[in-house]
Write a protein that binds this ligand. Structure first.
Ligand SMILES: C[S@@+](CC[C@H](N)C(=O)[O-])C[C@H]1O[C@@H](n2cnc3c(N)ncnc32)[C@H](O)[C@@H]1O
Length: 1020
């Protein structure tokens, strides 16, 4: 990286120094601030600036003013500031005497700087000169030790080759399963052990994966960490070795096979020779995360295999230490403090706790290590890694090796189940028993968060835990008013439930970093209530970064884990000292980047509670923690729909207090690729083929399925031709055959202004909602209309769209639909869906008996478009279905609502906005799209249709008509592209249809915005 003298941070550095020179009685500490800020600001993306960090592995305690670590956590450079009044060279000598690292180190005193690299002086600089300073920084940031560079290349190679190596081993294991009887019997025994001790539903494949992990990493651990007896000594490694020995006895020679990898192993081993343990740890982290990402992504997902950034680990350990002290007058080493990390990964919480205990009460370290620290891990590789890390840290601090008896190879959530038959090995069982008996008072960690599989075809379900799931049902779910409680079975929620129960009524602390949807998502109302009953003080540091809630954020840039869901640190304390519960909350600024968030935690380290300006929250009766000022006003409006009104089956009589009697989710196929198409011609044969394949599976199930259910059924069905859903598996079990019928091919609004053909069927459409009663046949599309709004809990900005054909569930996010009419499924018995109760409410309020149900329908549509309504009630609109106020200009708004509905329903007929068609010469003239693109310019935008055609002159204002964070035009551009084997050009015989549609959607957008303006200012 070339840094120039005019770099804005260099300029700011000199300005700051100048400013300080005017200050009387200037201290060295304030004088070093500008250089500190300069290094921090200028460091490459992904690097960390860590102030006063103790140098790992040094024989004396040394903490340079800063350590800079790169994106892999390798230490890349150090900085030490000195007093300009003293002689710099003499001061450097003192530091060298104290064994300061000289790998890449700047010593400076605002006047002069000396740069050491690889133990030698590289150059001296007059840093009063910007040019010199820029040169120093360039040399400093560009430097990479040769060993580290080699090591990185070797590790990258290992990572790249892992999937292939693993798949080769998989093939070898497959052969051994067929022909190696010794292996077959050892494997069966081992698998039985896994079933009883890790997971009753563990598959043969999962056990094979374990063997692969062992085979691929065992040698690296032995050599890289110079730990020749690791797997022999490790109580789990020993067990695995037995199966491996059987495997390698006949058909397979591990050394020979792995010999092919010699070049990689060598490279990693050679490169690691010059590194100390701390550097090698970066390798372990790579192995931990990337190994799984590379070859077992499903495991990475279900188990949440991600490394916890160090500043989070340190902040949490520090918070626990402070809470122990302030709440209970205890230290980490107190004999009543028994700590556990229930999902330890690489063991970094334990490692850091050891460091803390060593710092404050060094003489107690061994006692705590041997008696009061516990950690669990359920995956083999991280279990090895944790074992290495924790045992090494103890050895480094104490000077003697002791196995870490607190570490168990076990599923934490299983420990709560009634019976454990065996726990892998006698020693592991003893360890688990010791842990079970321990009076745990502190639980700390980063539990996995995964709601379960996204697709039935992943065959990747989170396993069920009867005890914990039962406890969730009896507490968090029982206390919840929400309809959909599935999210309460997310792994992180199970870990909260487990931890609250694990304290077993004792005073104590639970400190987790997790997905923090429980803070404000509707499904978690019961959990929030229960948490405040289980604990007396809860602190929550909201690091958010929920990309779906705020599409302007990016997971990689803004989220501390680089993921899409919000993250937060919870410190929940139970102390009988307090009677009422207290809730403290702090949310870091919305647009902070990951590094800023981590930096913030770093600076709050020494006083985790006092240095954070927590806000005291008062939950309301609905168990909401985050309440906005407008909630009361909103509550006075009329609900669009409620579950109670929907349930009330006495026509329009009692129990009905909403505008619409009923409502339904948009339809969900669970296999859009098969069930939707731009053309009937492509859709029909594909559906017929799917039906044929499915019916064959029904036949096969009849013959050989042995009434399989649950996990057995998951393993029975074939995934190659059929995209399964839970509903399809149900119909298979009931031996229901599917039958093709032409009239089931219907029009659907798939995405805004994107119509597709849909095969709409009881078996093949995963969820049809009430649409068989809303649009039972094509005739009803002429008269019926539905208003679609986001589902409760939807994270996108609020939006609304009316349609007169079947809408998809993901129309613009997830959609909840309110029809004007409902029918019987044969299309007869049409009923109005606006309640008489609502009609009366409006007529009475406006004292106007001429108000009709259609007017209420259109009025509602208008209100839902008003920008002030959306902005003012943005928070509550995310959590609840809309409520409708009664504004003074009812009739005028109803009329505008009707006009809005006209343009939205008839978008294909409206006159297009005139756009200039610009053709490129020497290119074939065609209006066919391949992948359209929007090109924004300062005063207008163009749509690039294909290589020959550009539609110029889209007014930028048109892009302000947004549906769920994206403009109507962008929806169309995104949807009308040739994808896989789907060609939108086939939708219409007219080659110019899509080009015309672009102009029409621009016109619709402009007209919508004009009508919204016509609503005038908010009168609510
Ligand atoms: C988010 S990671 C922990 C990261 C760890 N703090 C670190 O930085 O290395 C979660 C870990 O929990 C483990 N895990 C998941 N479910 C578990 C369970 N039920 N019992 C024990 N460990 C589990 C996973 O294998 C994974 O290594």
């Amino acid at each position: 990286m070339k840094i120039i003298e005019k770099n804005k941070h260099i300029v700011a550095y000199y300005e700051k120094l100048e400013e300080l020179r005017g200050v009387r009685r200037l201290t060295v500490i304030s004088l070093r601030e500008p250089f500190k800020n300069l290094l921090d600001a200028i460091k490459p993306k992904g690097w960390q600036f860590i102030a006063e960090k103790t140098v790992d592995g040094a024989s004396r305690i040394i903490h340079p003013d800063a350590t800079l670590r790169d994106e892999n956590s390798f230490p890349r450079g150090y900085w030490e500031a000195k007093d300009p009044k003293l002689d710099l060279s003499a001061q450097i000598d003192v530091k060298i005497e104290r064994q300061y690292p000289l790998k890449n180190t700047i010593f400076e005193n605002t006047q002069r700087a000396v740069l050491y690299q690889a133990g030698k002086v590289v150059a001296e600089f007059d840093i009063t000169q910007p040019k010199e300073l820029a040169r120093l920084l360039t040399l400093f940031f560009d430097y990479e030790e040769v060993v580290i560079a080699n090591f990185k290349t070797a590790v990258a190679r290992f990572r790249e080759d892992t999937p292939e190596l693993a798949s080769g081993l998989r093939g070898k294991l497959e052969e051994a399963h067929k022909s190696n009887s010794k292996f077959i019997s050892a494997h069966a025994q081992f698998m039985e052990m896994c079933r009883t001790s890790l997971n009753p539903a563990i598959t043969r494949l999962a056990v094979d994966e374990m063997l692969i992990q062992h085979l691929l990493t065992e040698r690296l651990i032995r050599k890289v960490f110079d730990n020749p007896y690791f797997t022999q000594r490790n109580i789990i490694g020993k067990e695995l070795q037995g199966v491996i020995d059987a495997f390698t006895s006949k058909t397979f020679n591990a050394d020979e096979y792995l010999g092919k990898l010699e070049y990689i192993y060598r490279a990693v081993e050679d490169a690691s020779k010059g590194l100390d343990y701390a550097d090698k740890q970066a390798f372990l982290n790579t192995v931990y995360e990337q190994f799984f990402q590379g070859y077992a992504i499903k495991t990475a997902d279900t188990h949440g295999i991600v490394y916890t950034p160090q500043p989070i680990v340190e902040y949490m350990c520090s918070a626990v230490e402070e809470a122990l002290h302030t709440e209970f007058g205890l230290s980490l080493a107190d004999e009543t403090v028994h700590l556990i990390d229930p999902c330890t990964g690489t063991g970094n919480f334990m490692v850091h706790l050891l460091e803390r205990i060593h710092k404050t009460t060094p003489d107690k370290l061994e006692e705590v290590y041997l008696n009061r620290l516990y950690a669990n891990e359920v995956m083999l590789l991280p279990y090895y890694v944790a074992s290495l890390n924790i045992e090494h840290k103890f050895y480094e601090l104490w000077g003697e090796y002791h196995p870490f008896e607190g570490l168990c190879f076990v599923d934490t959530l299983d420990i709560a189940q009634a019976q454990q038959l065996s726990l892998f090995s006698e020693q592991n069982a003893q360890r688990v028993q010791r842990q079970k008996d321990a009076p745990i008072t502190v639980i700390i960690g980063n539990p996995p968060y995964n709601i379960g599989q996204l697709s039935e075809n992943d065959n990747n379900k989170n396993r069920a835990y009867p005890v914990i799931d039962g406890r969730i049902k009896a507490t968090y779910a029982k206390e919840s008013q929400s309809g959909n409680k599935n999210k309460l079975y997310d792994a992180y929620v199970k870990f909260f439930r487990w931890a609250s129960d694990r304290l077993n009524g004792r005073d104590g602390i639970v400190c987790y970093v997790t997905n923090n949807s429980f803070v404000d998502a509707i499904a978690f109302d019961g959990m929030r209530k229960q948490l405040l009953e289980d604990f007396t003080t809860i602190y929550h540091v909201d690091l958010h970064g929920n990309v779906r809630q705020n599409p302007k954020l990016s997971g990689t840039t803004h989220n501390v884990f680089g993921i899409q869901v919000g993250v937060g640190i919870t410190i929940a304390i139970r102390s009988t000292r307090h009677e009422a519960s207290r809730l403290f909350y702090h949310r870091v600024p919305e647009f902070w980047r990951k590094e800023e968030k981590l930096g913030f935690l770093q600076t709050a380290l020494n006083n985790p509670f006092q240095s954070i300006p927590f806000q005291v929250l008062q939950p309301n009766t609905k168990n909401e923690w985050i309440i906005s000022d407008t909630d009361d006003e909103y509550a006075s409006f009329i609900p669009l729909g409620t579950k109670a009104t929907k349930r009330a089956n006495n026509g329009n009589g009692n129990g009905i207090y909403a505008i619409f009697k009923t409502f339904s989710n948009g339809i969900q196929t669970n296999r859009d690729d098969v069930m939707y198409d731009f053309t009937r011609r492509e859709l029909i044969p594909r559906v017929e083929e799917f039906i044929e394949n499915y019916n064959q599976e029904v036949d096969r199930y009849k013959r050989t399925g042995k009434n399989a259910t649950g996990r057995d059924l998951d393993n029975f069905v074939k995934y190659d031709k059929i995209k399964w859903s839970s509903r399809l598996k149900e119909t298979l079990q009931r031996l229901v055959y599917a039958e093709f019928a032409e009239e089931k091919v219907r029009y659907s609004l798939y995405r805004p202004f994107t119509k597709k053909y849909l095969y709409f069927d009881t078996i093949l459409t995963h969820r049809r909602g009430l649409f068989p009663q809303i649009f039972p046949n094509q005739q009803t599309e002429v008269e019926n209309r539905v208003i679609c709004v986001p589902l409760k809990g939807n994270t996108k900005p609020f939006h609304v769209l009316m349609t007169n054909i079947i809408p998809d569930l993901h129309l613009t996010g997830d959609s909840q639909c309110f029809p004007f009419y409902v029918y019987d499924e044969d299309g007869t018995n049409r009923r109005e869906n606006i309640t008489d109760w609502a009609l009366k409410q409006f007529q009475t309020h406006y004292n106007d008996s001429s108000i009709t149900k259609w007017e209420i329908f259109y009025y509602t549509y208008a209100v839902l478009h008003h920008p002030t309504y959306r902005e003012k009630f943005a928070g509550v609109l995310k959590r609840e279905l809309p409520r409708i106020p009664k504004v003074p200009s009812f009739k005028a708004w109803a009329k505008i609502g009707q006009e809005l509905s006209y343009v939205h329903l008839n978008y294909e007929q409206i006159d297009p906005h005139p756009l200039a068609m610009q053709w490129r010469t020497n290119k074939p003239v065609s209006q066919r799209v391949v992948k359209m693109r929007l090109e924004k310019k300062p005063d207008s935008a163009d749509v690039l249709v294909n290589e020959s055609l550009r539609l110029a002159g889209v007014p930028l204002r048109a892009l302000d008509y947004q549906l769920g964070g994206r403009s109507a035009l962008e929806w169309v551009i995104e949807q009308y592209r040739v994808k896989d084997d789907k060609d939108p050009n086939l939708y219409s015989e007219d080659e110019g249809y899509i080009v015309g549609l672009v102009g029409r959607v621009v016109a619709v957008s402009l007209e919508t915005l004009r009508l919204i303006d016509a609503l005038g200012t908010w009168e609510g």
